[in-house]
Design a protein. Structure first.
Length: 179
């Protein structure tokens, strides 16, 4: 778990006091066996996480219901995943005004893909599980909001937009079917 402040440079509260509280909470969770860390700015970590979520989650659904390793085993699909990840990275870096952080030694799309490929067990994206269970998927947060940020910043993200459009249609059909 990674915790931090949202845009601390714009905060109207005592940043040091809130940071100390987060550090204390994280220490409690770590003492209980959870893995927790705090960061100065959580936005970069959020965009970093979106690189994986905005690519693997929707593509696992629109590609036909495959786990992450199966998607990566197909060269064309792997290329699409990397392209979406690069679009997310570009948007995230423009939105935060700085490079996305290195997390767990992963410094970008290619390293994130390699990290996923090394997983011993198949990785089933949560959006695919929602799709299988006929639950509404979190596409508005994972794709819609980042695409809105891209539009506001004048950044073109055609692959993300295409995947988002197809995902919404797949969800509409799946929820309507009730099968």
């Amino acid at each position: 778990l990674t915790m931090g402040l949202y845009r601390p440079e714009e905060a109207s509260y005592d940043v040091a006091a809130v940071t100390a509280s987060l550090d204390a909470l994280c220490a409690i969770w770590n003492a209980g066996g959870a893995k927790c860390r705090t960061v100065d700015k959580v936005q970069g970590v959020r965009w970093f996480k979106l690189m994986w979520n905005a690519s693997f989650n929707p593509i696992s659904v629109v590609a036909g219901g495959f786990d992450a390793q199966t998607l990566l085993a197909d060269a064309d699909c792997k290329g699409l995943l990397l392209s979406v990840m690069q679009e997310v990275r570009r948007i995230g870096e423009a939105a935060t005004g700085e490079p996305l952080p290195v997390v767990m030694g992963v410094d970008g799309p290619e390293a994130y893909v390699a990290f996923t490929e090394r997983s011993e067990a198949p990785v089933i994206p949560s959006m695919l599980m929602d799709y299988w269970e006929r639950r509404p998927m979190e596409h508005a947060v994972i794709l819609g909001q980042p695409l809105q940020v891209a539009r506001e910043l004048g950044i073109d993200a055609p692959r993300m937009q295409t995947v988002y459009t197809l995902l919404k249609m797949a969800e509409k059909q799946r929820l309507a079917d009730g099968q």
